[in-house]
Design a protein around this ligand. Sequence first.
Ligand code: HEM
Ligand SMILES: *[C@@H]1O[C@H](CO)[C@@H](O)[C@H](O)[C@H]1NC(C)=O
Ligand SMILES: CC(=O)N[C@H]1CO[C@H](CO)[C@@H](O)[C@@H]1O
Length: 497
Amino acid sequence: MWFLLISIFICCSILKYFQKLNYWRSHGVKNISFIRLISNVLKRQMGVALGDIYQQLYEEKEPFKVALSPFLTVLILQDMESIKDVMIKQFENFPERGFYTNHRDPLNTNLIRLEYEWWRPLRQKLTPVFSPAKMQAIFPTLLKVTELFASKVKTTMEEEENGELAIYDLCARFTTDVVGSVAFGIEFNSLEDPNSQARRQGLKIFDYVWHPILDSLAGHYRAVKNFFNIKLFKPEISGFFRKLVSNIIEYRQKNGIRREDLMDTLIELKQHDERSKQEFALSLELIVGQVFGFFGAGFETSSNTLTYVLYELARHPEIQEKARENVKEVLKNHGNEFTYENIREMQYLKQVINETLRLHPPAPYTVRVCRQPCSLTTKRGSLKIPLGTKVMIPIYGIHHNPQYYPQPHLFRPERFDANMELGCKFPSCAYMPFGLGPRICIGERLAKMLLTLSLAMLLQRYRFSCCPATPKELHFDPRKMLVLSSKEKIVLKVETV
Ligand code: HEM
Ligand SMILES: *[C@@H]1O[C@H](CO)[C@@H](O)[C@H](O)[C@H]1NC(C)=O
Ligand SMILES: CC(=O)N[C@H]1CO[C@H](CO)[C@@H](O)[C@@H]1O
């Protein structure tokens, strides 16, 4: 019985595969071998591998290419107009990333993964959580955690021989604490205690039950997976987060405590929804999912960015000096204190951050899935996109296109100079470290604030330089598909200024 069913399934899949092959061929879309794509991705970081394909397409002037398998059609986009179409203009046709979701497992009902019908009301609700006013309100808490981080850098540096330290670990502990305490009022304490339980759970977030390739394939067989109730995360992780969040909510509600953090806003939304009996009420389950999602999307992206900025500054001492002068000058005009307003005036430091996010975008690609058949128009004519096509947007590749960024592998913050001749003129959509359109990163403001403040404070106090243990160039870990994460330890020499 099973054998028969499986044989029928395989036969249908193969038939469908040839049908698809024919379809794309007859529409003049070139194919790349799916097997080659997968084997490439197992060897190299996904975003970087896609970047190479992108560059090849750009040179061949092909707007896109397709990689076909019996199960999945992947369209790799090169044409800028089509990218804007998919992400912005035709968002309604491409509103999801096609990840697997199981609504009985709270951890994967988060903004990143959710299907359109669930995502839309939730995103509307959560947008105010990251408003400029909220960012201003949490600034004092952020400042406290950042102070702790800066002093931890000093004590670690003094403990190490020659003041040489592996910077990523500290940065990751810092961003864990930031997302925990600033966003959710959870004292993770990982800066003080590197082995804290939350820190260990935090590290496990990316320990998938399966390989990420399977995760993205499973998005296409939701019904089957949901029928068998397969969960993506280990029950102990769901349990840990659920307990953590419900304790916080209960404690605050009972004692009438407000901490002016993002969790306050989530609780308010929940109470409001309970009173007004809304259809998409923010339940405890949904809050747990969001906390987990923000944590997963926020901590590794920002800790890697912080590490890469320090690495690039260590390799370019003159740029580091200029950034330090910029910080000092702004601080001098404001009584030597860091405020929500004055860190925004650190123009050159912001250019340095922008250029780092261009050169090493921590989220090196993003995905959309076609949920309604539609057409993309390019200079080469119009193309109908079938339902279920997975569309890849090669952020890393676009950021390294020499047509937009001359000598793309060089670190040159001048590219983002608004006034100078040097500032390069790339099309507005050729820079997207946070994505584009309605599904753009919701944490962009928080990430930028966290990066600017912590870098300003570090530069004010310390000088970073290369030492023999510093890698000459970066290589990215292929096992981390979703984030650019350095394979080598990034060791830098740190001294007080
Ligand atoms: C340097 C730091 C960060 C970078 C480079 C980054 C980048 C991105 C990118 C590229 C996306 C996909 C956008 C798209 O598909 O168009 C995304 C989505 C997302 N990010 Fe970030 N992110 C960062 C920090 C954060 C932080 C700190 C948080 C939250 C606390 C966060 C929460 C999210 C969420 C929830 C989504 C999904 C949004 C949705 O689908 O509606 N991110 N991020
Ligand atoms: C950095 O990039 C953003 C686009 O994400 C842009 O709006 C901003 O003006 C840039 N900032 C600087 C200082 O170049
Ligand atoms: C299925 C498949 O891979 N078809 C073609 C894809 O493109 C290559 C050339 O790049 C052909 O050799 C394959 O036959």
